[in-house]
Design a protein around this ligand. Sequence first.
Ligand code: VG1
Ligand code: CO
Length: 542
Amino acid sequence: MIKTVKTAPYQDQKPGTSGLRKKVPVFSQENYAENFIQSIFDSLEGFQGKTLVIGGDGRYYNREVIQKAIKMAAAAGFGKVMVGQGGILSTPAASNIIRKYKAFGGIVLSASHNPGGPTEDFGIKYNIGNGGPAPEKITDAIFARTKVIDAYRIADVPDLNLDQLGSFDVAGMTVEVIDPVADYAELMEQLFDFGAIRTLLAGGVRIAIDSMGAVTGPYAKEIFEKRLGAPEGSVRNFTPLPDFGGHHPDPNLVHAKDLYDDVMSADGPDFGAASDGDGDRNMIVGKGMFVTPSDSLAIIAANATVAPGYSKGIAGIARSMPTSAAADRVAEKLGIGMYETPTGWKFFGNLLDAGKATVCGEESFGTGSDHVREKDGLWAVLFWLNIMAARKESVAEIVTKHWAEYGRNYYSRHDYEEVDTEAANALVAALREKLASLPGQSFGALKVAAADDFAYHDPVDGSVSKNQGVRVLFEGGSRVVFRLSGTGTSGATIRVYVERYEPDPAKHGIETQAALADLIAVANEISELKTRTGRDKPTVIT
Ligand code: VG1
Ligand code: CO
């Protein structure tokens, strides 16, 4: 019943910031998905008889690859597969299932915030037994294997019905089709004060949750409408669709603009939130106030003890390097550890496992904690509602008071998408060459204090990750950071991150782009961005 299939390797299966992501036509080449899945199994040891969790965000090609993965897991010798009904598991829910049921690991099928559909993106990611993305040591081994693989093994059995809950036998392995929502909703009830949030909503605070046609729909319906009593209709775009209904499921001011406009309108909801394709990102908006993800991390950390799951306080905060330093000020005040990691959630795993950090965040609309080992979109939304319920304040009040206490870190990211790859690489190479000469140079009123290419020394396992982004730090705490995206699937994406610290509350009401204009100009000058890319403005500003 198990057959061995001869295959030829592909040379382009290098996992990026978060797994392997490619266009569907690339992924559907002969044996492409099979090669990668077999390479994952070939890079692991000791899983015989153990449990593998499989789930995805429901995007185009999800069901096909899940069938392959189940049959290959059976052939590889796993004892059991737990798969979400319909092939659905949000990324944080998959992380929770791995941890809760002590699985060996999991395969998450998603290209996250990238669009879905027959000509759009697909992805595969492996998560280890702590529930988090595989560390570089494993993804490097997987990539090495993909380059030489010559055969894979698969059970020669019919497809399983993924829509029916229950236990089934697939070539001697048990497959349990599970409710994708129940365990996750239960976890959220343990962490947050659902009674207080229910009272807040019953008291007239109106919320709008936009699932963007992606995976969080069923989770949000269950949690906000059913368990927390928000009126029906509070969750929008709640049916996970293979093409996300044509949405680009990236919760930011560009792709979730409808929601933003709705919250900002006079008679619109008081609070809005959106999540991405696989449910690990979040955007938070209140009436008159968009919350930057960097501020969101700082504010959640500063107010963490209002939530029952964090009532004893937090051990430390971790943020990715390009994320603003707003959280650093909170850590300083609380007298707890602060960790700066490279971009990508896989770097938080060790800090969380070691109990050094409790909450983590990235500027790219990602926040989370040690409750799972992925960022978690709905968790962040619930945290905000819990804080609002406890403080009896609006989002705008909470944010402006936070700035008054800690100062404001003006922050923006400019993305230049689908830039010619050679031009993008040359831009970064030229920046690296300039690093040594930048300190001491002045650009208008801005004087460079330091410049480097960020390297991370993991304090837990001692591993070193180099070349994680070029930083130019100015006197007074302002900075610009440049790095290339590791999640795109066509051309290169240059990300420019800009930050300025403003302690004076009288100057906290400036429009963000205006507040950062001088730094943006300097970033363009230092990187020669316009001449090197031929672009005169970013594709996306967040
Ligand atoms: C982007 C973000 C990064 C995030 C990653 C995965 O990576 O910048 O912060 O962890 O996406 O998020 P990059 O390499 O393109 O900058 V998700 O929601 O796509 O899993
Ligand atoms: Co995501």
